[in-house]
Ligand binder design. Structure first.
Ligand SMILES: Cc1cc2nc3c(=O)[nH]c(=O)nc-3n(C[C@H](O)[C@H](O)[C@H](O)COP(=O)(O)O)c2cc1C
Length: 332
């Protein structure tokens, strides 16, 4: 199984990626949060600079509905040495969607088709696509997938929710399995894999699909030669933020200890302090992370409140050290 880190704006930038790589190093590909400026801004450039991403396989993500802009950004990324880019067709945020970008682009499939035609004809870099399965309901998915099938994409990453779901409801496995059955592309699954249990259930679903497909083709029960999984690429986001040891656990390793988590946290803090101007910016980033980091501490509420309130790194450190010392960290 290949594991990818999901792009998460404000969370999985190069500071997080470097700390993760140093402490855990079990991600095959890191996808950057989206770039959406035709001329990349300072923050976007900092995130993709090769010297900020050493020793990692990184794929930058682009969010746009203008082929000309996509090609300009891809060209610039090519100049930095990247060979592959990812197109964001999943962002559900209102402002993005209103402009028919991200998941909003799925509302105008003919325009999307035309856009894909242009970028696949012109882009010198390999292109993968990260998509939702529709805007309003999964009835849109069959048509969208038929469009994706026309293009030689490196990979199709599917988060099987529709835009209207945002992050609510549960991933639509039927829509994902429809793609498994009908797509010629290499597929990657994304969505709500946050524990070993979630992973097992997902693998079982894939395994059943594989058996079914084999039975239909051959009339036999199972193929003794085939021990592989039907889908062998998995992208994880929130699960890794709540439990940075998750991928280790999925690959048979012991859960990480509280001390390992603490050391990982400290490197992220140090990373932000090194590259951000002012304590406030660093604290802003750390506060966003704690929305996820706090998940498995026994009684985190009091500390999280203090973290959210503080304006000073020295005070922040004391609160975090207290939390790590006074509370247990365990998966419920
Ligand atoms: C705060 C936040 C920021 C995100 N930013 C991006 C982004 O920049 N690009 C993108 O394709 N998806 C983005 N996503 C979606 C994730 O990449 C992923 O598809 C989603 O969280 C589902 O996977 P998960 O259940 O493993 O977290 C974001 C999600 C969240 C919660």
């Amino acid at each position: 199984m290949k594991f990818y880190l999901a792009p998460m704006e404000g969370l999985t930038g190069f500071v997080f990626r470097n700390a993760y790589q140093k402490h855990f190093g079990n991600i095959d590909t890191y996808f950057t949060p989206f770039i959406n400026n035709k001329k990349m801004n300072y923050k976007e450039i900092k995130d993709i600079l090769p010297e900020h991403n050493e020793g990692m396989h990184v794929v930058p993500q682009i969010l746009t509905n203008r082929a000309e802009d996509f090609l300009a950004i891809a060209k610039e990324l090519g100049n930095y040495g990247y060979e592959s880019v990812n197109l964001n067709l999943g962002c559900p945020s209102g402002t993005v969607v209103a402009k028919h970008r991200g998941a909003g682009f799925l509302a105008v499939p003919e325009e999307l088709d035309h856009f894909l035609e242009e970028i696949f004809a012109e882009c010198p870099l390999r292109i993968s696509v990260k998509t939702r399965v529709g805007v309003n309901d999964a009835g849109e998915w069959e048509h969208l997938l038929s469009i994706y099938e026309k293009f030689p994409m490196e990979e199709l990453i599917i988060h099987p929710r529709v835009q209207k779901d945002f992050y609510n409801n549960t991933p639509d496995m039927e829509a994902f399995l429809y793609a498994v059955e009908n797509s010629r592309h290499t597929l990657c699954y994304n969505g709500d894999i946050c524990s070993v249990e979630d992973y097992r259930t997902w693998r079982q679903q894939m395994e059943e699909k594989r058996k079914c497909a084999f039975m239909q083709e051959s009339g036999q029960q199972t193929d003794p030669e085939d021990t592989g999984s039907l889908v062998s690429h998995l992208m994880l986001g929130r699960g890794v933020l709540k439990n940075p040891g998750l991928i280790g656990e999925l690959t048979g390793h012991a859960p990480i200890t509280k001390d390992q988590f603490h050391a990982f946290h400290d490197d992220i803090l140090k990373g932000y302090l090194d590259v951000m101007s002012g304590e406030r910016n660093t604290l802003f980033r750390m506060k966003e992370l704690w929305f996820y980091f706090a998940k498995y501490f026994t009684e985190p509420e009091k500390y999280v409140k203090q973290i959210n309130k503080t304006q000073h790194v020295a005070e922040y450190r004391v609160i975090v050290d207290n939390l790590f010392r006074e509370q247990e960290w365990e998966q419920k």
